[in-house]
Design a protein around this ligand. Structure first.
Ligand SMILES: Cc1cc2nc3c(=O)[nH]c(=O)nc-3n(C[C@H](O)[C@H](O)[C@H](O)COP(=O)(O)OP(=O)(O)OC[C@H]3O[C@@H](n4cnc5c(N)ncnc54)[C@H](O)[C@@H]3O)c2cc1C
Length: 345
């Protein structure tokens, strides 16, 4: 009996797919994927299921579940290069890097999911992004059916974005990252929130372990670590990306709004806080539509949670309601961060 996808995703929604093929080794991942592709039927790769929301009707979908393991650690010309199989748990990787005294990903402690999915939306938190340390990945390309090596220029990383997220289809089998040996210290502090929590200052080096501990604590306070005791973590984390708008447009938004200047190809832009926009549009923490089991997290306005028994449709309905309210008040179209399969959002 094939499992329902609600049992394999952090949002706990989704029906029973046509099949689930579990891949435990890289070789299995390649051969079984090629077999599925040769049928020309609909397929999707599944890592930890922490950024995927499936509808109830997925009966045509073949799921490739990636459970490969193994980390190869090498020192090349003084550089610490780690090659990580796609199915490795991301936070386990961060814990190992911190224990080894290597800097580069400690600020991304507690992000759930697998290492193979990390480049897909260029995961990031507290001033660090995967692209800061990413060297290359092996990719089974759906178009050619061949294994290719993808470098940063191929992946075209952006904020919570990459060429894969924009539609380049295939499967990452492993990723290679370069970590830095600063004798147990972090990079110069890159996040005001972490600096504040550690009574330190931006630009200072602090112990990797202290950064990891403080990030995990900050995240837990927002329901942003998977925790079976916290109903707010039955989610996909942030549901919308922070919108990036022109400097001119940003000036039309209240001066109380959190704003961060960013430099894009087309000049100075401003990143706005999606959580702030949602709250200002009158949708507060804990909000729920009448009769729905989907709600805004009671800890963070940017997360949609399944209060228990929600359907994918109810999650999508709340997402659309938020988009409409924010668009009506600010003229901004919030873009969902998770991958929605079988919905119109
Ligand atoms: C509580 C919570 C907090 C979160 N906080 C953050 C955060 O701070 N920052 C952040 O960036 N994200 C965050 N997320 C989102 C999520 O953790 C990341 O997007 C993560 O990388 C998803 O990994 P996964 O293995 O669960 O991917 P899945 O949900 O299984 O898949 C996500 C997408 O990647 C594709 N995919 C999966 N594996 C592969 C592969 N090997 N090759 C190619 N494509 C693949 C899938 O088909 C799907 O399109 C959070 C999620 C939750 C639930």
């Amino acid at each position: 009996m094939t499992q329902a996808l609600k049992e394999l995703t952090s949002m706990r929604v989704g029906g029973v797919p046509a099949s689930i093929t579990v891949c435990n080794t890289r070789e299995e991942l390649i051969t079984k994927t090629q077999e599925i592709w040769s049928t020309s039927e609909d397929w999707i790769s599944l890592g930890g299921g922490t950024n995927l929301i499936f509808s109830e009707d997925v009966s045509n979908l073949h799921v490739i579940q990636i459970k490969t393991s193994g980390i190869e650690k090498t020192k090349l010309d003084g550089k610490q290069v780690w090659k990580i199989q796609a199915g490795v748990d991301w936070d386990q990787l961060v814990a190992e890097s911190v224990a080894a005294g290597l800097a580069g990903i400690e600020g991304m402690s507690g992000i759930p999911g697998t290492c193979g999915a990390a480049p897909v939306q260029n995961i990031g938190a507290y001033g660090q992004e995967l692209s800061d340390v990413f060297l290359r990945a092996e990719f089974l390309d759906y178009e050619s059916g061949e294994l290719v090596i993808l470098e940063p220029r191929d992946l075209k990383f952006g904020y919570r974005d990459s060429a894969i997220k924009r539609g380049r289809s295939g499967i990452i089998t492993w990723i290679e990252l370069e970590l830095i040996d600063l004798e147990g210290l972090s990079r110069p502090l890159y996040s005001g929130q972490i600096a504040g929590a550690l009574n330190s200052e931006m630009g200072k080096h602090v112990s990797l372990k202290d950064v990891r501990d403080s990030v995990l604590k900050l995240r837990a306070a927002k329901g942003m670590v998977l925790d079976s005791a916290d109903p707010n973590s039955v989610s996909c984390g942030s549901f919308f990306t922070n919108p990036i708008v022109s400097d001119t447009f940003a000036r039309t938004i209240s001066s109380d709004a959190p704003k961060w200047e960013t430099q894009e190809d087309d000049g100075l832009t401003v990143k706005l806080s999606a959580a702030w926009l949602i709250e200002q549009a009158g949708i507060g923490k804990g909000f729920s539509l009448a009769g729905s089991n989907a709600a805004i997290s009671s800890k963070h306005a940017l997360a949609i949670v399944n209060k228990g028994g929600a359907t994918g449709e109810q999650i999508a309905e709340l997402a659309r309601y938020i988009q409409e309210r924010v668009a009506a008040k600010f003229g901004i179209n919030l873009v969902p961060e998770p991958n929605l399969i079988g919905f119109n959002v």
